[in-house]
Design a protein around this ligand. Structure first.
Ligand code: CUA
Length: 361
């Protein structure tokens, strides 16, 4: 039989342990502030499981501390402990209660998971292309962007594709996380609930540049979003025909086949630079980028001279075969060597011209 005094002591230990565990749970900001409906569900699940865990922790702490303290043996006591034949009621309780709690956590998780998989009927579809080490986004099958722009309070259905290895799509404030697997199209739904700026990060170790594989995320009011989309559709036209392998698409006033106008080629070079994510790693003044993962591209003439190669040839080689000549202080294997295949010949030519010409003194 448990003595009354022991029960009171255990009750006190239970309360103190529960308070300490609650403070640890509440005072430390374990999760970012939610910015999506899905994150609200995830945070609910987190607290549902945490409250149960705090209760169990306090109960176990109370029983262990009381047992260790009240039933400790004296240093010279070598006798055996009393024989105990178990307690059927207690055993049933400690089997049934945890089973109910674990099932409850499972049910709540399953419901939240099912809700979070559904972007709703009016969902916006955004294609996401991941490659070492950049993200690109496609809207309506035509607008390309290397910034993820989303409307607030509207479900978004992401369709994810990888060009090379496994990456993982995660915006911390929006909770949802999904692997991007080569050869498979994966999907994920997000409904942003507040406007603001966030960051999309890759959470799957995908190579030397993994930690730099990030993209800015901007959530706008619906009208602002539509205006942005219209503006991009007019400015950009269809994306350069990368990965299609077929006919170059007609963009702007550019003509297919035959001689391209200088303006058209320059425009294609500029959009290729943006769409292939070059600015994610390289500083290049004409494009207004200042990243420092790879070498700056503003003085390629000098670099080509140092390598003893004509500048256009040097630039082309550096894109198609990035490990052939390494800029001082930069490692091999960081820049993907897939651009020779992923860029169309026209886009590659235009990119080479764009980088070579604009750096001429
Ligand atoms: Cu892509 Cu890590």
């Amino acid at each position: 039989m448990i003595r009354r005094g022991a029960l009171i002591k255990m009750g006190a230990i239970f309360v103190v342990s529960a308070i300490i565990a609650t403070l640890v749970a509440v005072l430390i900001p374990w999760l970012p502030e939610s910015a999506s409906e899905e994150m609200d569900g995830i945070i609910f699940t987190y607290w549902f499981a945490t409250v149960i865990c705090i209760g169990i922790f306090a109960l176990v702490a109370a029983v262990i501390i009381e047992a260790v303290w009240s039933f400790r043996v004296q240093p010279d006591d070598d006798t055996d402990g009393p024989p105990i034949h178990g307690h059927t009621g207690l055993e049933i309780a400690w089997t049934v209660v945890p089973a109910i709690l674990v099932i409850a956590i499972g049910v709540v998780s399953a419901v939240v998971l099912a809700q979070n998989a559904d972007a709703g009927d009016d969902a916006l579809e955004v294609k996401v292309f991941a490659q070492q080490f950049a993200w690109r986004f496609e809207y309506d099958g035509q607008v390309m962007s290397d910034e993820l722009v989303l409307p607030v309070d509207r479900g978004v259905e992401f369709r994810l594709e990888s060009a090379d290895v496994i990456h993982s799509f995660w915006i911390p404030e929006m909770g949802q996380k999904q692997d991007v697997v080569p050869g498979v199209q994966t999907e994920i739904a997000i409904t942003p609930t507040r406007t603001g700026r966030f960051t999309l990060v890759c959470t799957e170790l995908c190579g030397l540049g993994h930690s730099t594989m990030r993209a800015p995320v901007r959530v706008l009011e619906e009208q602002e979003f539509e205006a942005w989309l219209d503006e991009r559709a007019e400015a950009g036209g269809p994306p350069p025909g990368e990965e299609t392998g077929g006919e170059e698409t007609t963009g702007g006033e550019e003509t297919t086949g035959g001689e391209e106008t200088v303006g058209g080629a320059q425009e294609l070079g500029r959009t290729t630079f943006a769409d292939a994510g070059c600015g994610g790693c390289h500083a290049f003044e004409p494009a207004g980028t200042d990243a420092q993962i790879g070498p700056a591209l503003d003085d390629l003439e000098a670099a080509a001279q140092a390598a003893g190669t004509p500048v256009e040839e040097y630039v082309r080689e550096s894109i198609v075969e990035p490990n052939a000549v390494l800029a001082e202080g930069y490692q091999a294997g960081v820049m993907p060597s897939t651009y020779g295949e992923s860029l169309s010949p026209e886009a590659l030519d235009a990119l080479v011209a764009y980088l070579s010409e604009d750096t001429a003194p």
